[in-house]
Design a protein. Structure first.
Length: 353
């Protein structure tokens, strides 16, 4: 229901000016025009007295007054609407600013939960992390930990991106810390088994319709035994030895998600570290990015060829090339997902003794 126009608004300059102008227009324009038409365009058939004191003059002045008043009322109402729209705009801007401030603060919390570059490089000097969230906060995250003789490195891609994905990253991060640091589980396949149970229980997936989950690749580097253990849920491990690139695919099911059965077994792969080896893990944000001449996905084979081409360069150079390559590929296309690529070289792993 439209609001009533206040009397204070009716007596505004808009209303009075339009009413006066309408009256003058009716009396001095419409009335003479009607007289002119009535006398077939002959001015000589009527005098000034007929123009001024004619009842028709009052009639047309009244019409002009009415039209002017209506126009004035319309302008008053529009002025009111503009004020209301301005208030609404300021209210929305204020809410958006508060929301953006909250998300920006959430980003600080999420980044604080990630391992620092200094922490990672203290044990993996030759390493890099390319981390490009699609939004302010990310559904991708990387994880790093040390337990006795092992170093753990993981790449995780949670359902969605932005705020929903970021909430799930915090849950997954907390569970990984508990599994490795508290429960002392150090084998990647068993870590994923336990993580699957925790995610399903936390999100009550056996009793709810929640289908959220995550994909993960986790490596446990054991310098004592010169080996690396890897397990993956839909995220592969790429490694290069003696100029040969190899890909170990992760298991086909995710952590949590569509398959709600708590019992799930993941595969553990063991790679001997008897020579220089470079490892790469990445979420699908890089390989699924649209772009190029035909606006297609970047694809894992293209990324593998690029990694083989640049693997002898320093880690910082590799990171820079990967970043520039995907930006060039994307060109004017929007970023479709969070991007996360990790790389590390095992022959430079610091001894833990």
């Amino acid at each position: 229901m439209p609001k009533k126009i206040k009397f204070s608004n009716l007596i505004s300059s808009y209303f009075f000016v339009d009413a006066i102008l309408g009256t003058l227009f009716g009396f001095f324009v419409l009335h003479p025009l009607s007289m002119f038409i009535k006398h077939n365009g002959s001015i000589g058939h009527f005098n000034m007295d007929q123009l001024i004191f004619s009842p028709m003059g009052l009639y047309f002045a009244g019409i002009g007054l009415l039209l002017g008043a209506l126009n004035g009322s319309f302008r008053v109402r529009m002025k009111q609407k503009n004020k209301e729209l301005e208030k609404s705009k300021l209210f929305i801007e204020e809410k958006n600013q508060k929301l953006e401030d909250s998300i920006s603060y959430a980003k600080r919390i999420q980044l604080a939960a990630l391992a620092s570059d200094k922490q990672i490089k203290s044990y993996l000097p030759e390493s890099f992390v390319l981390y490009e969230p699609k939004d302010i906060v990310s559904g991708d995250f990387y994880w790093f930990a040390r337990l006795k003789e092992k170093i753990f490195v993981a790449t995780i891609d949670c359902t969605g991106h932005g705020v929903p994905g970021a909430l799930l990253t915090m849950i997954a991060n907390a569970h990984l810390v508990e599994i490795v640091k508290v429960l002392k589980i150090s084998e990647p396949d068993k870590i994923l088994n336990q993580l699957h149970i925790y995610i399903c229980n936390t999100l009550k997936q056996e009793e709810s319709k929640n289908l959220d989950g995550l994909d993960i690749a986790i490596c446990a580097i054991d310098k004592t035994n010169n080996s690396l253990e890897y397990s993956g849920a839909r995220i592969p491990l790429v490694y290069i030895q003696d100029e040969n690139l190899k890909i170990i695919k992760g298991d086909r099911y995710s952590i949590g998600g569509y398959n709600k059965k708590l019992k799930r077994t993941f595969t553990k792969h063991i790679i001997e570290l008897k020579q220089d080896t470079i490892f790469y893990m990445f979420s699908d944000g890089y390989t699924d990015q649209f772009g190029g001449p035909k606006n297609r996905r970047f694809r894992i084979d293209k990324l593998s060829n690029l990694l083989l081409e640049i693997h002898k360069l320093s880690m910082e150079e590799q990171k820079d090339i990967l970043k520039k390559s995907i930006e060039k590929w994307r060109d004017k296309e929007p970023q479709t997902d969070d991007i996360l690529v990790m790389g590390f070289k095992t022959n430079y792993v610091k001894h833990l003794n």
